[in-house]
Ligand binder design. Structure first.
Ligand code: ATP
Ligand code: MG
Length: 484
């Protein structure tokens, strides 16, 4: 709260620090309260103060202050008993808190929007890459005596895989990467990374990993959390130009201590804090707001894609956490603070025992393929046929259900998840009801949604796009019968 005291003459005689900050440059003892506001609001405050000083009740005026002319805020004038040495008190909201919160919300809203866009593009790209990789695999398998073409094909395959990795990073930023969360100790995880980090950092950078054990664990995907730490460490290494010091510290932040962190955007629940502090170049304040954006990099062409921190950001958000960057201690270097919701380790429920798999059916597998994207449908059909499957391919769930009702012979339903009309998860559930003898495999380019988990309890096997033909065959072999 910003507070100021006013004497009987209507002039400011003192104020707290919040008022000084809220009032901005014009703040001084002896000023008239009206001068806090823009010219159009001056009179309003002046009148309210006069009314209160001449014995009126407390009153509130809505005014725009000079330091933020585009925003109205309430200012309250309260009469004080004369013995206190001041005649009235002026109160308003401390503008700094408000501004900090708005900045945080605006930054995360912008990243959310970019993330949605990136996720959409990445999803389409995944479909393209699935098609391209499938075709390359087929060409490589079918034509062993065309060496010149082989070289070109291998090159295309490498590029397509590189594309797939980039898409994976974009999906991570868009929080749409498949995720396998467990309750883990962040500290143990980082400790296990130590050898890798030492190698990445090189001999002239010292590494210090906090070893006092914390009480709380985090619910996270271990592979993703490793990606976060490695990305932060690599950035730190680059910023330290080969020599310096990297410290990784952990601390439990209990719900009641969250406000003291000064990040108003964080909910008041227990967190595990992970601090990664380097002694590098630091991040100039003017780019601090941009570093989490995809493709933002200050590195020369060819040395950075600007996706490292976007990946980190997406992973942290997907794990319901927060990340902040700020200058290191004494204003040197950089400190990244990561907060993930913390849980006591004993909350860890034992894993459900895996369902017993029925033996795979004998003879060629009969696959019912449901995929709306024609190129992917074609490539998958050809690939599966070459592996000896009998394939019936349809473009949507309705067509598949019609065939299933007619009693078509099928061992495995292989379906895309995102399709116009009925989606793959719903189709799988219907199939489990209709034809419980059919195994279910779903292909998805998106993160695990709560409905996927539901489907998994039915025994559905998920396969993330893009995948190689061998992955697909493995998934088909591993597919289980739905549990009744
Ligand atoms: N620890 C750090 N110290 C100083 N600057 C940093 C640090 N971490 C990130 N940055 C700045 O943020 C930018 C974005 O980082 P990000 O990891 O997203 O991309 P990159 O490292 O440039 O490329 P990529 O990680 O994709 O190879 C960097 O180019 C750098 O300017
Ligand atoms: Mg990076």
């Amino acid at each position: 709260m910003a507070l100021a005291l006013i004497d009987a003459g209507g002039r400011v005689i003192s104020g707290n620090e919040a008022m000084a900050a809220t009032a901005g440059d014009g703040w001084h003892i002896g000023m008239l309260p009206g001068q806090l506001a823009v010219a159009e609001s001056e009179g309003q405050i002046g009148r309210a103060v006069s009314a209160v000083l001449s014995g009126g009740e407390a009153r509130t005026v809505r005014v725009a202050l000079r330091c933020r002319p585009d925003q109205v805020q309430d200012m309250r004038v309260i009469p004080l008993p004369p013995l206190l040495g001041a005649a009235a008190m002026l109160t308003t909201r401390d503008i700094r808190e408000q501004e900090r919160l708005e900045r945080q919300v605006a930054a995360s809203a912008r990243l959310q929007a970019v993330g949605q866009l990136a996720g959409g593009v990445a999803h389409d790209f995944n479909n393209l890459l699935t098609g391209i990789l499938g075709l390359i695999d087929q060409m490589l398998e079918s034509d062993p005596d065309a060496p010149a073409d082989r070289v070109a094909l291998e090159e295309i395959r490498r590029n397509a895989h590189r594309g797939a990795r980039l898409v994976g990073q974009l999906l991570a930023f868009a929080r749409q990467q498949p995720q396998r969360r467990h309750l883990i100790s962040a500290q143990d995880l980082v400790d296990e990374l130590r050898p890798l980090l030492l190698k990445l950092l090189g001999p002239a950078i010292t590494l210090d990993i906090d070893s006092t054990p914390g009480r709380l664990w985090v619910m996270a995907d271990p592979g993703q959390l490793e990606q976060v730490i490695v990305n932060l460490a690599v950035n730190a290494r680059d910023a330290m130009a080969g020599h310096g010091h990297l410290a990784i510290r952990f601390h439990d932040v209990l719900a009641r201590d969250v406000p003291a962190l000064g990040h108003q955007i964080m909910p008041l629940v227990d967190h595990v804090g992970i601090e990664v502090t380097d002694t590098g170049s630091g991040i100039p304040p003017d780019i601090l707001g941009k570093i989490f954006e995809p493709f933002f990099t200050t590195k020369p062409l060819g040395q950075g894609t600007g996706l490292g921190l976007s990946t980190v950001y997406g992973i942290i958000k997907q794990s319901d956490g927060f990340i902040f960057a700020q200058p290191g201690p004494d204003g040197r270097g950089t400190r990244f603070e990561v907060y993930l919701p913390g849980h006591p380790p004993e909350e860890h429920a034992p894993e459900r025992p895996a369902a017993l798999s029925a033996p795979p059916p004998a003879g060629p597998l009969a696959v019912l393929l449901v995929e709306d994207e024609p190129s992917v449908r074609k490539v998958l059909t050809r690939g599966l046929e070459r592996k000896g499957c009998r394939v019936t391919a349809v473009e949507d769930a309705d067509a598949a259900l019609a065939l299933l009702r007619q009693g078509i012979a099928v061992d495995i339903l292989l379906s895309d998840v995102m399709m116009p009309g009925m989606d793959g998860v719903t189709l799988a559930m219907h199939t489990a009801q209709l034809r419980p003898e059919i195994r279910l495999v779903l292909m998805s380019g998106y993160a695990e949604l709560p409905r996927h988990r539901e489907a998994k309890t039915l025994g559905v096997r998920f396969l993330s796009k893009p995948f190689a033909l061998d992955d697909l065959m493995l998934a088909l072999a591993e597919a289980r019968l739905p549990e009744g």
